[in-house]
Design a binder for this molecule. Structure first.
Ligand code: ZN
Length: 441
């Protein structure tokens, strides 16, 4: 008998890689935070003596969901400015509130609220883009959450930095230490959007990103207005400008990418660019519907993100996964496109690929981190179960997630957040609401 930390025996296990496999009567073995074995339950009983043996007789075990784009701290602005077009939403709703309230304390509380929500809904990794990224990273480490933390890079002064040089310096510091080789947190550069930086600043960013070997994520071709304005002001579509500046490559995560021409789709596929598709945010801000089936058919890696809670308004990857599948069918006029297993892959392994983490997470394979999500399908609206992946994508809700492990730590235990004080979090959230409301008058 071999000792191991944890042995999980679910009713169904979908490893995602290899594709289209549903295992029954299998067990996942965890040791030192990693998946060390995936074998039949009968073999596991003979071979292993676990410290914790967790049976889940009505449950589906999947890789933890990867939220490929969010602004975690914006949970504190959830519902602050709804039903407004993108530009008005930014100029009248979000930016004034941020100018008044963004601080290390706000980012810590907002990020903690976001992480609690994400873990409760089965998300084990998020790609973030917000001010005070060092606080986002610290909070992720404190709560044992996996994150790729994007450092904002813009040209105007905020509470975090004064000018582009200052943003780039702070961004580089964070990459070097202590997150150069951290088990949970990686970093990337996050220029907000195409009009956030001059050509010179983009070139500086690119040189630094190449030197430090970090990825870049940027909101790109989110709305038709963004593209038209860029053409008016510079004579170039944003993607053309980025290509000329040398930033369209396999290190680029293009967030939204709702409006792409056929030649831009081809360019992204050839260059190895990943897209973070955020359907609820695009719907809510009336930005349009990205034709993701077309992108995938062209060979682009498409991940799924929630965007921030101020434009969604939740960080619920289960619903984002379902909406992705449904919208893709309607957009392509083809009910067979983005079937349930593909929607699950986009929410897990393709997300990991977009973040440069496909060797470490995104599937249930020995050697990868034990980032796992367990979903109870024994609910009225998910019964009977013919195909557990279809039930997951088309019927399951976030509150059916019962258990979550991140790097082997049991973070959600029978529906309860094991390491987060939710009472304190609710109280702090309400205090922030009072502050935001007070500043609006
Ligand atoms: Zn965003």
């Amino acid at each position: 008998m071999q000792y191991c930390d944890t042995l999980i025996a679910p009713r169904w296990c979908v490893p995602v890689e290899p594709a289209n496999v549903v295992l029954t009567n299998h067990a996942v073995v965890i040791n030192d935070g990693r998946i060390t074995d995936l074998l039949t339950l009968a073999d596991a009983r003979e071979k292993y003596q676990p410290s914790a043996f967790i049976e889940k007789p009505d449950h589906l075990l999947i890789p933890g969901l990867v939220n490929a784009h969010t602004h975690a701290a914006m949970t504190l602005m959830r519902g602050l400015a709804d039903d407004m077009p993108l530009q008005a939403w930014l100029r009248k709703g979000i930016w004034p509130a941020e100018k008044r309230w963004v601080s290390a304390e706000m980012v810590r509380d907002g990020t903690e609220l976001a992480i609690a929500e994400m873990i409760s809904g089965g998300t084990t990794c998020f790609s973030d883009q917000y001010f005070f990224p060092e606080i986002v990273a610290e909070t992720a480490v404190d709560l044992h959450m996996r994150a790729m933390v994007g450092t904002p890079i813009i040209e105007f002064q905020t509470a975090w930095a004064v000018d582009t040089a200052d943003y780039l310096r702070k961004a580089s510091d964070l990459v070097h230490d202590p997150y150069a080789d951290h088990p949970l947190v990686s970093t990337c550069f996050a220029p907000h959007s195409i009009n956030s930086l001059s050509d010179e600043s983009f070139i500086e960013l690119r040189v630094l990103a190449d030197q430090l070997d970090v990825r870049t994520q940027i909101h790109l071709h989110e709305s038709a207005v963004e593209v038209a304005t860029a053409v008016e002001e510079t004579g170039k579509r944003p993607i053309d400008r980025l290509r000329e500046l040398g930033l369209v490559n396999a290190s680029l995560l293009a967030v939204h990418a709702v409006h792409l021409s056929d030649s831009e789709i081809e360019l992204f596929a050839e260059s190895g660019v990943s897209i973070a598709h955020c359907p609820h945010s695009n719907l809510k801000l009336a930005s349009g519907i990205a034709p993701v089936a077309k992108y995938r058919d062209a060979g682009i890696n498409v991940a799924i993100g929630t965007d921030g809670a101020a434009s969604n308004n939740t960080l619920d990857m289960m619903s984002e996964m379902r909406t992705t599948a449904l919208l893709a069918k309607a957009t392509a006029s083809d009910a067979a496109t983005i079937p349930a297993n593909v929607a699950l892959r986009m929410s897990t392994l393709d997300g990991a690929t977009a973040l440069g983490l496909a060797q470490e997470i995104g599937s249930i394979e020995p050697g990868k981190w034990a980032d796992l999500t367990c979903v109870d399908l024994n609910r009225l609206h998910s019964q009977p179960v013919y195909d557990p992946v279809s039930q997951l994508v088309y019927t399951a809700r976030a509150d059916q997630v019962t258990d979550v492990w991140i790097a082997g730590r049991h973070q959600l235990d029978n529906g309860r957040l094991a390491h987060i004080d939710t009472d304190s979090l609710l109280q702090r959230s309400n205090e922030w609401r009072d502050r935001f409301v007070a500043s609006q008058h």
